[in-house]
Design a binder for this molecule. Structure first.
Ligand SMILES: *Cc1c(COP(=O)(O)O)cnc(C)c1O
Length: 430
């Protein structure tokens, strides 16, 4: 078993940076999400170091996709490290600003934005709207005109490439709800360029998530390059090319994409293209990584409540459930689950780890060989992305606490929800 960076066993005790996972569970209870600050910064730096070095040839900007993990402390950390942000709602916009992110570094993605959200984003002066349809462009034009503002826009095109990932997280195929069909892109740009209140500044795509190969991304890049050339021929000039996010992480033993290698290939391709062009004008590159910045930096700590060995399967009921970590239920996702103490005195058995929720789909892991006793602590690894962000209160379960480890220090970055908070906004009938 290979643990993610900054997760290690010391004297049989699982540690995150310099802190024992058991000490976190003692102090904050379970289930609790734990993030390593060093791991977050290391993942960010893998992008930032390569992008910062690009300098004069147009620059490259890393815009963290907030939906992967929107905790304020995580956003603040990335903002301080120089990140821009990719958001998909007015709620995420407010979070980024509350965390100290710069409005002009924000990209507003998403297939449906309300007029209120458009107005809110225009008022604070966001960097770009990633527009996904002509109807949306018309609505944004109306909102911008009414506000007396100019909305910077990029069109999200659907390059029709197969990202070869789970169907729920593949977004770049023709049948997907996302983006403007590639074949319609030039005429869509023409129409948008003619709308008042909009300034066309870029081109973007996002073909899917948990991608394990560079090839589909390079295919998408080639299509965007072709599109930008076609736009230039039509007299429409854009200043940036946004390749979206999607780089996969290692959950188990999969081989995934090395950030620096991917960026290197993109830069090489773009530089070759720009040098072939007569104008040779620089173009800014944008990336929208989510999972690859936060996924391996987080774990979900949980405690074994009940062991139910059975004739067909052995169930270990833990105190975390699908409301805390939905990915197994939603995507059939595989997460490594490890003991917080590696030296259990009981023999290992094959266990299905399930939560207390009244759904057969409430499971976290199947068929894991673990030496388990009731009361034992476990850590579900690589849970930093789409973990807490997708959590809910189903079965009236308060949401988990979130803790960030920094060397030997612990920061509680979100309190555990209380039961009273769960129905504080509800009203009894008169
Ligand atoms: C979700 C999303 C991302 C981030 O995807 P990851 O796979 O987490 O990197 C980036 N851009 C857009 C538009 C998204 O919807």
């Amino acid at each position: 078993m290979k643990l993610p960076p900054y997760f290690a066993y010391r004297d049989g005790a699982l540690c995150i940076e310099e802190v024992a996972a058991s000490a976190i569970a003692e102090r904050f209870g379970t289930p609790t999400y734990v993030y390593s600050k060093a791991a977050l910064l290391r993942a960010f730096d893998a992008y930032q170091a390569t992008c910062a070095a690009r300098g004069p040839s147009g620059g490259a900007v890393v815009c963290y996709a907030v939906k992967a993990n929107s905790n304020l402390a995580v956003l603040q950390l990335f903002a301080r490290a120089g990140a821009g942000f990719d958001i998909v709602s007015g709620g995420e916009l407010a979070r980024v600003l509350a965390a100290g992110g710069r409005a002009d570094s924000i990209l507003f993605s998403g297939v449906g934005k309300s007029p209120d959200e458009m107005r809110q984003a225009l008022d604070v002066g966001i960097g770009c709207f990633n527009v996904e349809s002509l109807s949306e462009a018309r609505q944004l034009s109306a909102v911008a005109n009414a506000a007396g503002k100019l909305a910077p826009v990029s069109l999200r095109v659907n390059p029709d490439v197969d990202a070869r990932t789970h169907p729920y997280i593949a977004t770049g195929l023709k049948e997907s709800k996302f983006g403007i069909p590639y074949a319609d892109a030039v005429s869509a740009y023409r129409a948008v360029a003619a709308l008042p209140g909009l300034a066309v500044i870029g081109v973007d795509c996002h073909i899917g998530s948990q991608l394990l190969e560079v090839a589909p991304l390079m295919e998408a890049l080639d299509k965007l390059i072709e599109l930008i050339d076609a736009l230039a021929a039509a007299g429409i000039f854009v200043g940036h090319l946004d390749l979206g996010g999607g780089i996969g992480i290692r959950y188990g033993d999969e081989a995934t994409i090395e950030t620096a290698e991917y960026l290197g290939r993109v830069f090489e391709r773009v530089d070759r293209w720009r040098s072939e062009r007569h104008d040779g004008k620089p173009i800014r590159l944008l990336f929208e990584p989510g999972r690859s910045l936060v996924g391996n930096a987080g774990a979900l700590l949980m405690r074994t409540l009940v062991l139910k060995p059975g004739p067909v399967r052995n169930f270990a009921v833990v105190d975390a459930a699908m409301n805390d970590l939905l990915r197994p239920t939603l995507y059939d996702a595989w997460h490594e689950v490890v003991p917080v103490r590696s030296d259990a005195g009981v023999p290992a058995l094959q266990w299905d780890l399930v939560g207390p929720i009244c759904e057969s789909g409430d499971w976290l892991a199947h068929d894991r060989s673990l030496a388990l006793a009731e009361g034992d602590l476990l850590a579900c690894l690589s849970a930093g992305a789409y973990g807490m962000a997708m959590s809910s209160n189903y079965n009236s379960r308060p949401r988990a606490a979130e803790v960030m480890v920094d060397g030997q220090s612990l920061h509680l970055v979100r309190d555990r929800e209380t039961v009273a908070q769960l129905f504080a906004h509800e009203h009894r009938l008169p």
